[in-house]
Every structure is written in structure tokens, then in C-alpha cells.
Design a protein. Structure first.
Length: 244
């Protein structure tokens, strides 16, 4: 079970890549109905006394902590101190194979694949560099950036929505020339979600938004609300519709 040489640090994304993370057009898994997006890797934490069945403490999904120790460090320890023994450890080879599988799967990974961690965490940086190296060995293009460098262009067009809100309250719509605010209603303490601006069309000074309903996992109906402003509020009008 060979392990490669030194870890290759991923290329820095630079300013041009730091403001966005690429996704391929239509990059949504196209598996059977109800299937989940594919996972890269995870770690089960177990309690085991050697006599009774193991007990699951927690599952850490797609987190790199202790990955390099498990995949690389303990393998070299085995080779140097116990070369005639074996070890349950195929992490390195399986990560490379998994990247290759993801690159060829319907999820359509956009490249370069971006790897990000907080700026001042050396542990996270080293683990992330190892993970990026397995992607490189799998044939993918990668680049690195700090989480603090991911953001929105202050002059760009975007919408800031409170994590918890309703009916347009405390939304801020930035269209590049002005900022339109929704009704102030004390939302936003939990943080905001930021989206690229997708302006509502205007018809005779009114801005309609389509509400597409589902029941279970099947489409079930449509309703239309329209408002006098691009932010749909709790005073918007409901419009019935028909097909002819």
C-alpha cells in the first residue's frame, strides 16, 4: 500500500478566484429519485472495549481533522517500526479513487476544485493540503483560498437575507447602484444568507414572484404574488392564474 512523497501544496486561487466558488452549470446530482448528493469521506467515532459491540458516538462528515495522521503518519510508523505487520488503512488510495469517481459522476465537479480553511489554523491548512494532494493525484485541478477571502464584491449585485425572517422583512437588495431595504422587523441576529441577485421582472410597475408548490416530492400547484417593490412583502397581492 504505497504512499507518495511529500505533499504538494495546492495552488493559491489568487484575487480572481477568491470572490467566488465555481460550480458547473446544472451541477446537480442526477441519480435515481430521492438519492442524496455523493459524499467524499467521513469518520465514525466509536467506543469499543474489546468485548462488547462498538457504540457509535458521532459521525463527522467531510471533515479533515486527523486525516493526515490516519492516512499517512501511522502508515509510515508501521513501515519504520513494524514492517512485517499489517494495518487497516486504505485511506490514501481510496481518496484518490473517490476523486476520480466524483470527477466522472453526474455531479460534474467544476474545476478547479476549491479548498478553503480559516487563515490562522495550521492544522486545518495541513490537512486541507493533504486532501487537495489526493485530488491532484486523482487528476483534478485544485486551488486553495482562505475562508476569510470568500465574499461578495461590494459593488456587485446581490441579496442579503436573514437566516430567519418572513415576508421580505430585513432583506437588503443590492443592485450595483442602490440598496433597497425590506421592512425593518428585528430579524438578522442569527446571520444572513447571501445570494446572487435574480431581479424580478416588472409588469406595469408590479413585481410578480411564482410560488411553485410540492406535496411529498411531486409538483402540486402554483400561486403568484406580486408587489409594488422588488422585495415581496406581507402586503403583496395574490393573483389567481389559468391556462388556455
Amino acid at each position: 500500500m504505497p504512499r507518495g512523497g511529500g505533499i504538494r501544496a495546492p495552488t493559491s486561487c489568487g484575487t480572481s478566484c477568491a470572490s467566488r466558488v465555481n460550480t458547473a452549470p446544472g451541477s446537480r446530482p442526477r441519480g435515481r429519485k430521492g438519492s442524496l448528493p455523493p459524499s467524499l469521506y467521513g469518520r465514525f467515532d466509536l467506543s469499543y472495549d474489546g468485548r462488547n459491540p462498538p457504540k457509535l458516538l458521532e459521525y463527522n462528515a467531510d471533515t479533515p481533522t486527523s486525516l493526515i495522521e490516519a492516512a499517512i503518519a501511522q502508515w509510515h510508523w508501521l513501515q519504520e517500526l513494524h514492517p512485517d505487520e499489517d494495518q487497516f488503512n486504505s485511506l490514501h488510495e481510496r481518496l484518490i479513487a473517490r476523486w476520480q469517481a466524483l470527477a466522472g459522476s453526474p455531479v460534474q465537479l467544476a474545476q478547479p476544485v476549491h479548498f478553503a480553511c480559516v487563515r490562522d489554523s495550521e492544522e486545518d491548512r495541513v490537512n486541507l493540503e493533504y486532501l487537495a494532494d489526493t485530488a491532484l493525484q486523482g487528476g483534478l485541478d485544485v486551488c486553495f483560498l482562505h475562508i476569510e477571502d470568500i465574499g461578495l464584491d461590494a459593488e456587485g449585485c446581490y441579496v442579503a437575507k436573514p437566516v430567519f425572517s418572513r415576508e421580505g422583512a430585513d432583506i437588503a437588495l443590492h443592485d450595483g447602484a442602490r440598496v433597497l431595504h425590506g421592512k425593518a422587523d428585528a430579524y438578522g441576529a442569527e446571520g444572513f444568507v447571501y445570494q446572487a441577485l435574480a431581479p424580478l421582472p416588472a409588469f406595469d410597475g408590479r413585481y410578480p414572484v411564482i410560488g411553485a408548490w410540492v406535496v411529498g416530492d411531486e409538483p402540486a400547484g402554483m400561486g403568484i404574488r406580486e408587489d409594488a417593490t422588488p422585495i415581496t412583502t406581507n402586503t403583496s397581492h395574490f393573483l389567481p392564474h389559468y391556462f388556455s
